[in-house]
Design a protein around this ligand. Sequence first.
Ligand SMILES: [Cu+2]
Length: 408
Amino acid sequence: MKIKITQWVYTLGLIILGFGGPVQTALAHGEKALEPFIRMRTIQWYDVAWSKQQFKVNEEVAVSGRFHVAEDWPVSVPKPEAAFLNVSTPGPVLIRTERWLNGKPWVNSVALQPGGDYEFKIVLKGRLPGRYHIHPFFNLKDAGQVMGPGAWLDISGNAGDFSNGVKTLNGEIVDMESVGLLNGIGWHLFWGALATGWLLWWVRRPLFISRYRMLQAGMEEVLITPTDRLIAKAVLVAVPVIVLAVNAVAVNRYPNAIPLQASLDRILPLPALVNAGQVDAEAIKAEYSVAKRAMVFTVRIDNRSDKPVRIGEFNTANVGFINPELPAVSSQAPATAAVLKLDDDTPVRPGETRTVTVTAQDASWEAEKLDGLINDADSRVGGLLFLYASEGGERYISSVSAAVIPKF
Ligand SMILES: [Cu+2]
């Protein structure tokens, strides 16, 4: 219910913006609309990268990356039994030509497994020139849209040069920009005309009150004329006949057609990495200081690998808090990068279990509207903690979460 209300408020905000709000506010387009606990504890994106950010109309571009499905999935959010990965664009500025999940072609929605990691790739083609802020995002059934990190794309060239030819099963090449367009418009006009005609046939006569009076006076027979009955019968017969006849023509003309698909794709999470489970990080508690805009985690690190490890990054809702001592190993170039402070940054030795205080202090808690968490009915923070081996460059990722205690 709460989600619904937020969506309404957001829509209302959009409408108000549309009627002369300042232009720069329109740059935010829904990234912060969802409750913080949903953005932090459902789809946790990392390693998201674009193959290029400047390209021409007709040129292909790919966005790829990984995401972790949080183990601590919020109890009030429906489980990800049907999820669809898409790209948010301001209108049809790109077309999607391919989509992959864990190396498999991916057409329909998929059920995601909490605790699993997945690797995605979407191939797009430039359609309308311009400069756009584009995000990969997940449509979670009954939950909402969880945005991935955004990037600015510059599409140059001429809109008129765009071509989108597709080879049909019969080997014929059709232009997707115009195929079936006249047919679609024609059918809309036909049904519109039929419905309007039927409506006008009745509306042209005296309406409710006069008819009600006649009904009261027992004159209902006069209300419907023999011509009315005749026309009604003609429509009743003609409509199904037309539909069936035209359907027969279509089936005859296109005998080999694939129906629109409504099944779920079954794609399992990536197999656990070889070194998974060697380094564990667990958040024991979290405190949020409202005045300092700082989330302070108490994290227990258990190093069962044979190399010393250090905490490199905490990433949540596309905000990366980076340990400045290890900046080169960031999981991505997040739109918002902040500093992660540790009370003890000496490497955790093999076999050692250590409890560390990790401070993620930045204005982005407020700017990204993540601090609203403390007013939510689900005040649990979540995110990915990245640990790195001192030599060899192995990376260990832990999805951490903890209840948040606010400090005013
Ligand atoms: Cu954006």
